[in-house]
Ligand binder design. Structure first.
Ligand SMILES: NC(=O)c1ccc[n+]([C@@H]2O[C@H](COP(=O)([O-])OP(=O)(O)OC[C@H]3O[C@@H](n4cnc5c(N)ncnc54)[C@H](O)[C@@H]3O)[C@@H](O)[C@H]2O)c1
Length: 251
């Protein structure tokens, strides 16, 4: 027996980084995985590699900013697999800019991709999770716990994901659904590699964004934490913020 035998997991942001590593981890531990991402080509390529290992993966191109399609995807997952046990909201984006240069449109976009999508998918999944005593793992960030310079919209979006998770944990604890958040620090993924440091940035302030360990985590390390929270080993864990940040927020 593996930890997720007979379980079905819905994962967003599944084509890359932490989401892809989570697909691999839960799939290798027996879950049937409904893997979604906006990047159709990358999703097809990366999940084909995992399906080749024998993992049971159904792919779905999904833009998490499309509420109607998010709700349709949850229903499709139910139609395909017959149940839903685990929702992992991983899809996200970062905006690194001087605060004075952030437009209201950019602010709304970050909040829509990172936060509104989590609200929509949690709401769509909840009736099904109530049936299976399932759980939700949302990817927040160290940036949801501490103020990082040049990341006003990102910090706000991830802080909101964390408190949304805690609010749902409280509301649904007695009904058997657990909700947790993971707060990674710097993880070696394309999201981080593509960050452009704003012109004139104060590097002393910017340095707060780096782990004390001197190296970044690998996405598999975050996926391991997601798997723990999603598993029955964490049955007493709800409303938690699991920080995996190489000490970044300890100072
Ligand atoms: N990498 C880090 O250091 C780090 C730290 C803390 C939190 N996070 C969070 O982890 C999550 C995953 O990021 P990652 O580092 O693995 O990055 P990544 O760029 O490797 O993966 C993000 C995935 O999300 C998908 N995505 C983006 N917008 C989408 C949309 N509108 N609809 C559906 N899919 C969309 C992308 O196509 C991509 O496959 C994000 O929420 C990010 O904020 C990352």
């Amino acid at each position: 027996m593996t930890r997720f035998d007979g379980k079905v997991a819905f994962i967003t942001g599944a084509a890359s980084g932490i989401g892809l590593a989570t697909v691999a981890r839960l799939g290798r531990e027996g879950a049937k995985v409904y893997a979604s991402d906006i990047n159709a080509e990358l999703l097809a390529r990366e999940t084909a590699r995992l399906s080749g290992e024998g993992l049971d993966i159904h792919t779905r191109v999904l833009d998490v900013t499309d509420e109607t399609d998010c709700r349709a995807a949850v229903e499709e997952c139910l139609a395909k697999f017959g149940r839903l046990d685990i929702l992992c909201n991983v899809a996200g984006m970062v905006l690194t800019k001087n605060f004075l240069d952030v437009s209201a449109e950019e602010w709304d976009w970050v909040m829509t991709v990172n936060t509104r999508s989590v609200f929509v998918l949690c709401q769509a999944a909840m009736p099904h999770l109530l049936e299976t005593s399932g759980n939700i793992v949302n990817i927040s960030s160290a940036a949801g716990l501490q103020g990082l310079p040049y990341n006003s919209a990102y910090c706000a979006s991830k802080g909101a994901v964390l408190l949304l998770s805690k609010s749902l944990a409280v509301e649904f604890a007695s009904r058997g659904v657990r909700v947790n958040a993971v707060c990674p620090g710097a993880v070696d993924t394309p999201l981080v590699k593509n960050i452009q440091i704003p012109e004139g940035a104060d590097m002393a302030l910017y340095g707060r964004m780096f782990p004390l360990t001197g190296y970044y985590a690998q996405p598999e390390e975050i996926a391991g934490a997601v798997a723990y929270l999603a598993s029955d080993e964490a049955k007493f864990v709800t409303g938690s913020a699991l920080v995996i940040d190489g000490g970044q927020t300890a100072v």
